[in-house]
Design a protein around this ligand. Structure first.
Ligand SMILES: Nc1ncnc2c1ncn2[C@@H]1O[C@H](COP(=O)(O)OP(=O)(O)O)[C@@H](O)[C@H]1O
Ligand SMILES: [Mg+2]
Length: 232
């Protein structure tokens, strides 16, 4: 579905991502873990077309996308749910959701029904200004907005960041439900254990490189990996 082949991402002289390769299988959850500054966000931004790669290739649905502008990548069904929980404050919840569907000309009612089923609170607050939502509700809105593009594949950048533990669990359940509708997910998380519970496959990044890949159960069995990269 999504294949990253030996990509390098640089910010001037700073090499943030070095020769990274990953495979994300259809209708699965692949988790990308790693400490702050490891290069996770830079990798997701490169896939979404918001960072240019200085070498390597990115293939989505059999097509090279690493030279395409970001909106063309969205049109092909690959969306990024970004780290910054930015919503349009002076627009209502409903208007924010419609922005998520901006690349589409078809009927969006099916996606709207699905996001309101996932997040009943957003339905109750459809006419409320997004700026007045709580942190958790904003995060739900950001996720819901990315679903409105009718993506085949979603890149989540630390969706549980800054949320209380019960909300972290709720977000993980939501991501699992999104997968169950057949979508493909690449999930970046600091909450390694919560993410590994729902993941089908895992990668760990350190200093811009992939240092481990494998199935979550094998990763958790490996004491040195757990101690070294997941903080015991
Ligand atoms: N816009 C930028 N300009 C320069 N350096 C950056 C920029 N964004 C990220 N970096 C650097 O790239 C490295 C990887 O950052 P990032 O991809 O945000 O890591 P992570 O998401 O894993 O925390 C860090 O050393 C960071 O300081
Ligand atoms: Mg990051």
């Amino acid at each position: 579905m999504l294949e990253v082949r030996n990509i390098t991402v640089q910010y001037g002289p700073v090499v943030a991502v070095k020769d990274v390769s990953m495979v994300v299988r259809p209708s699965s959850i692949t988790v990308l873990l790693g400490a702050n500054g490891a290069g996770k966000t830079s990798t997701l931004m490169a896939i979404a077309g918001l960072n240019r790669v200085s070498s390597g290739q990115i293939i989505f649905d059999g097509e090279r996308i690493d030279k395409l502008p970001a909106y063309e990548i969205v049109k092909r069904g690959l969306v990024l749910c970004p780290e910054s929980k930015l919503v349009f404050h002076k627009m209502t919840v409903m208007e924010n959701l419609k922005v998520g569907a901006y690349t589409r000309k078809d009927d969006v009612s099916e996606e709207l029904d699905f996001v309101f089923q996932l997040f009943p609170r957003l339905k109750e607050r459809a006419k409320q200004l997004a700026g007045t939502l709580s942190g958790g509700e904003r995060q739900m809105l950001v996720i819901a907005r990315s679903l409105m593009a009718k993506p085949k594949c979603i890149l989540f950048d630390e969706p549980s960041m800054g949320l209380a533990p019960n909300l972290v669990a709720e977000i993980m359940k939501v991501i699992q439900k999104i997968k169950e509708t057949g979508k493909t997910i690449l999930l970046v998380e600091q909450n390694a254990y919560s993410a590994l519970k729902i993941a089908d496959y895992a990668y760990i990044m350190k200093n811009g490189r992939i240092v481990f890949e494998g199935y979550p159960k094998d990763l958790l069995k490996d004491k040195t990996i757990v101690e070294k990269y997941l903080g015991g």
